[in-house]
Design a protein around this ligand. Structure first.
Ligand code: FES
Ligand SMILES: [Fe+2]
Length: 430
């Protein structure tokens, strides 16, 4: 349970809020690289942390993320002409470069004499490509951190795949699904048996057999390791360990030799978020069958309304809920696909769930600790200027793991180095 003021603190990420300031300490995914496929291609509207921005790629291949609206009289630059190293407003021809600097005011007779142009600059944020993702940093330029080191964007391109989807809820209730491992044995029970990117792993049978998992959560440099224990063979436990790196990175524990998947949850505004969803393999290329399955919406990916990043199953069509499939047991909830099973239920709570009415239990331990860490970090930043966990790129070098350990061994000790990125070493997986 959260007091209403704490719920507000954790869910509001606009420019003048404590969580908004926290998010502005980090590099965060802004859009997929595929959205700006070539120099001078059409610009893309991007809303992040409540700010309306425009992403474009100029004639020299430089990426820019600038205020969506023209400094002159507020026209959306999405209508602009992306040409000759800048975006030109179609109303009176003012032009802005990839940093947001005004570089031409051709409509003004005395522009040269007054040097007006050099005094006008739109808000502009850095935008860089790492992996399949364009990342931005929306904070104070003087404290811009080193680039992210998440393994999924650092392995060779043939070993990684990223998609994104729009989720119609606040970012926190989406993130909370990512650190709540207990729902998997229920909501996703069909996926464990049938999904091409999940099925066949030895670990699945422990997941399905023991539906009362025990949670043990340990702090890490960047966030948490959420250990979830289920019964395995006599004298052993099956542990699934999920790292959360602040603010929005979670990685699902692996299954067999399947690629490892995970998410980065990013606020669009207080009632919507982007879910960047990845799959990668630490030591081998993804097979063409695996990539095809991801593109077809299997695993933790989804299908789309054509030409958009909105899921094909969405709240306007009740997520194509199939009551007969639910009754037959083909799916547990009646909704098809792991991603949309999660999204349907998280959106069903309303855009910002009222956490003062919750009844939290032991399987919510990860969620409780994550909220505490977020609150503590946001207040320490506001009151003392303390840099939060997860900004330092060394904090990103974590892995999820699935291991079987003797019952008397702590998961942190038993999993050991498997929870750290080790180049050339496969994931620890059952
Ligand atoms: S509104 Fe953009 S140039 Fe006038
Ligand atoms: Fe889920």
């Amino acid at each position: 349970m959260l007091k209403p003021e704490d719920n507000e603190l954790l869910t509001a990420t606009g420019p003048d809020t404590p969580m908004g300031a926290l998010f502005r300490q980090y590099w965060i995914p802004a859009l997929l690289a595929e959205e700006l496929p070539e120099d001078d291609c059409p610009p893309v509207r991007v809303k992040l942390l409540g700010e309306r921005l425009l992403a474009f790629r100029d004639s020299q291949g430089r990426y820019g993320l600038i205020d969506e609206f023209c400094a002159h009289r507020g026209v959306s630059l999405w209508f602009g002409r992306n040409e000759e190293s800048g975006i030109r407003c179609p109303y009176h021809g003012w032009k802005f470069d990839y940093t947001g600097q005004c570089v031409a005011i051709p409509s003004e007779p005395y522009e040269k004499e007054s040097n007006l142009c050099s005094k006008i600059k739109l808000t502009g944020y850095p935008l860089i490509k790492l992996g399949d993702v364009l990342w931005t940093y929306m904070g104070d330029p003087s404290s811009q951190p080193e680039l992210p080191e998440y393994e999924w964007v650092r392995v060779p391109p043939e070993q990684t795949f990223t998609s994104k989807r729009w989720q119609e809820s606040n970012w926190l209730q989406a993130l909370e699904g990512g650190i709540d491992s207990s729902h998997v044995s229920w909501l996703h029970s069909d996926g464990l048996k049938n999904d091409p990117l999940f099925k066949g792993a030895q670990g699945n049978k422990y997941n399905l057999a023991d539906r009362k998992p025990f949670f043990e959560v340990v702090e890490s440099d960047g966030g948490l390791f959420i250990g979830v224990r289920r019964n395995a063979e006599e004298g052993h436990y099956y542990w699934r360990i999920t790292p959360w790196v602040m603010p929005g990175f979670t990685q699902v524990p692996p299954r067999g030799d399947h690629p490892v998947h995970g998410h980065f949850w990013v606020p669009i505004d207080d009632e919507n978020c982007w879910v960047f969803t990845f799959d990668y393999h630490p030591v081998r290329p993804l097979s063409s069958d695996e990539v095809q399955a991801m593109k077809d919406g299997h695993g933790v990916h989804n299908e789309y309304v054509p030409g958009t990043y909105r899921p094909l199953q969405n709240k306007d069509n009740d997520y194509m809920m199939d009551r007969e499939a639910q009754q037959r047991g083909d799916t547990y909830s009646g909704v098809k696909g792991i991603a949309m099973q999660d999204a349907s239920l998280q959106e069903s709570m309303g855009p910002i769930v009222d956490r003062s009415k919750e009844k939290l239990v032991s399987t919510d331990t990860g969620i409780i600790m994550a909220r505490q860490k977020l609150k503590k970090a946001a207040l320490a930043l506001r009151d003392e200027g303390t840099t939060p966990p997860g900004v330092d790129p060394s904090h990103h070098k974590v892995r999820s793991a699935a291991v079987v350990l003797p019952t008397d061994q702590a998961f942190l000790e038993g999993a050991g180095e498997a929870l750290t990125v080790q180049p050339g070493v496969p994931q620890a997986s059952v």
